[in-house]
Design a protein. Structure first.
Length: 390
């Protein structure tokens, strides 16, 4: 028999099932997104307007819902001690209250625990410049940002300011001083928070998202003046990231923005989540572009941004760059994904098939061997750490 909604019980069940998101709307049972797949929770009754109102009242914990009624949408977060943090977007659709909830683990995973490339650790230790983590919604950008900030936190005595909407991971201070500011509560906007951060003696500024021209412009200035700025964009890869930033500005400013971007950009980290072979969640496939002389030249010339993929593919040594296909190939060689997934998520599956069959060539040339060697090395290290026989 289906049971009525008890919102905190549902949250606990969602965590136990490794759900990344929860969706609530009248006329349907609760839905959970597990390993990227949206599915109903049939053990629950179909939700009513009253169910949603009661759930919101519990989650607001006595806070006013005036902002929701005024703007018809409201972002906030709640924590259940010892369990998880939940980012909630309450909104109206067709006049009825609904909610979308992102489940955020209570502990910040390390860069290695997330199976991100070692290059991400190196990039996090930069002293200044701009690092962009990109990908579509739900690809783990916020998780990667938190891992990078925590990596700095355990290694450098610096002042870190974050501007988030809302705060997702709460990061306990270690060597660093960390101020986490939430848009709507601690500052009025990303742009305002960033301007204010520049007067707060920061070494590192993390911006949850660069949503508008003013924020992007100020972020470039901050990176230019000796700060490390880390942020996200909803772009698929390095090429789209460069084009998106430039296109935000009027034509009269675009050359100047290209010059600034070419000077301050340290790297782009673009990621997609792909299903693991063992069925235990997903693992990131990651494109990394590191700014060097060749990349700067391509950023400066509008018609040549499309050549970035070739530069990335050829530059694992000495810069640590990698394409999505190289990343997928590494994950396959590690045994983390199966061959079907390798091809399904590939940018150029036909070329990847040839590589698997032992045929080399193309822009990547001999760099594939490095991913073979790295996968073998990491497999052996993992076996040693777990005490498993090869």
């Amino acid at each position: 028999m289906a049971k009525p909604l008890e919102i905190l019980t549902l949250f606990r069940e969602a965590v136990s099932k490794r759900a990344s998101d929860i969706h609530l709307k009248p006329g349907r049972p609760p839905y959970l997104r597990i390993d990227g797949i949206l599915q109903p929770a049939p053990e629950y009754e179909v939700l009513t307007d009253d169910d949603l109102d009661r759930a919101l009242q519990v989650l607001l914990e006595g806070r006013s819902r005036d902002a929701l009624e005024q703007h018809r949408v409201y972002d906030f977060a709640v924590s259940i001690e010892g369990l998880a943090r939940f980012r909630i977007n309450a909104y109206y659709q067709m006049g009825h209250l609904a909610m979308a909830v992102r489940v955020i683990p209570i502990t910040v995973k390390t860069i290695r625990e997330l199976n991100l490339p070692r290059k991400v650790e190196e990039l996090a230790m930069e002293d200044h410049g701009l690092i962009l983590v990109t990908g579509v919604a739900g690809t783990g950008k916020s998780t990667t940002l938190a891992a990078m900030i925590d990596h700095i936190n355990h290694r450098k005595a610096v002042n870190i300011i974050t501007i988030e909407d809302p705060i997702e991971y709460v990061i306990p201070e270690d060597r660093a001083l960390i101020s986490q500011r939430e848009v709507g509560f601690d500052t009025t906007s990303f742009y305002a928070g960033l301007r204010e951060a520049l007067r707060q003696d920061p070494n590192v500024i993390m911006i949850g998202e660069m949503r508008d021209r003013e924020t992007i412009e100020t972020a470039l200035i901050a990176a230019e003046t000796g700060h490390l700025v880390i942020s996200t964009l909803h772009t698929m890869d390095a090429k789209e990231t460069i084009n998106r930033i430039v296109s935000v500005f009027p034509a009269s400013q675009q050359h100047q923005i290209r010059v600034q971007l070419a000077m301050v950009l340290k790297a782009t980290i673009s990621q997609r989540l792909v299903p693991r072979k063992d069925g235990q969640g997903r693992v990131p496939a990651v494109e990394i572009m590191v700014n060097n002389a060749r990349v700067r030249d391509l950023i400066l010339e509008p018609g040549r941004v499309g050549e970035l993929t070739t530069v990335i593919a050829e530059s694992y040594v000495p810069y640590g760059m990698q394409t999505f296909d190289q990343s997928l190939y590494y994950l396959w060689r590690r045994g983390l994904i199966d061959e079907e997934t390798l091809y399904a998520y590939s940018t150029q599956p036909d070329i990847l098939r040839l590589k698997v069959q032992g045929v080399t060539g193309g822009v990547e040339g001999d760099t594939w061997q490095y991913f073979d060697d790295l996968a073998r090395k990491d497999q052996l290290r993992e076996l040693e750490e777990t005490g498993t026989e090869p």
